[in-house]
Write a protein that binds this ligand. Structure first.
Ligand code: SAM
Length: 200
């Protein structure tokens, strides 16, 4: 999906994925060490703003400038600030050993790019840093309650993530079904994969 697609999706007063953080991120937040956090494909900013309210120095990256403008507005409403970077992941080099956490919530990429970005994210963590991911898993084609079900190669399995996250130790790695109620864009029973992985 190109930036124009996402700009159009976000060109509404509503927050398409809500303003509350992702449930799995909330469960993992206590495991993030102090330091800078990078949120990939952060859209309208709900997760970045949540982490900023917890005291982290957060950078939110997305290809949609429209989404990131909403993220900055949401941050201001919560009395925090975040750094936003409007770019495609294809053009953003993740600095090595730079981040305490890298977060990817419902970021679905074509397989070659997914592998590249996940490897760079793994290398981008400093020692003790964590990678946190929730995404729709292959079983989501049965549910059709969100995610790229018409492009199933963009869904991801736990096995694929084990292969992607070179050098990280998985502290949580599971495929589960859960009720995802996160804005109009993600609503209903869903098959997801969840990962919390740490650089040693
Ligand atoms: C389903 S939304 C999820 C937004 C946010 N993570 C959340 O949970 O609310 C996926 C986001 O990934 C972004 N994205 C997808 N491919 C991207 C790419 N190649 N470069 C940068 N952003 C990308 C889209 O612009 C979109 O905002």
């Amino acid at each position: 999906m190109n930036p124009q697609f996402w700009d159009n999706r976000y060109a509404t007063e509503d927050f398409v994925y809500g303003t509350a953080p992702n449930d799995f991120l909330r469960q993992c937040a206590n495991y993030i060490p102090d330091g800078p956090v990078l949120c990939l494909g952060e859209g309208e900013g709900r997760n970045a703003v949540y982490l900023a309210t917890r005291g982290y120095n957060v950078t939110a990256l997305d290809q949609s400038a429209v989404g990131l403008a909403k993220a900055e507005k949401l941050a201001a409403e919560h009395g925090v600030s975040i750094t936003t970077v409007a770019t495609r992941l294809e053009e953003y080099p993740i600095d090595p050993e730079a981040w305490s956490a890298i977060v990817a919530i419902f970021l679905h990429l074509p397989p070659f790019l997914r592998r590249e970005v996940h490897a760079a994210a793994a290398a981008g963590l400093h020692s003790g840093g964590v990678f946190i991911l929730e995404a729709y898993a292959p079983g989501q084609v049965q549910h059709r309650t969100g995610g790229p079900v018409t492009n199933p190669e963009m869904l991801m399995s736990l096995d694929q993530l084990h292969g992607d996250l070179i050098g990280l130790e998985m502290e949580i790695g599971r495929e589960v079904e859960r009720d995802v109620i996160e804005g109009k864009g993600h609503t209903g029973r869903a098959a997801v994969v969840q990962v919390l992985a740490r650089r040693g």
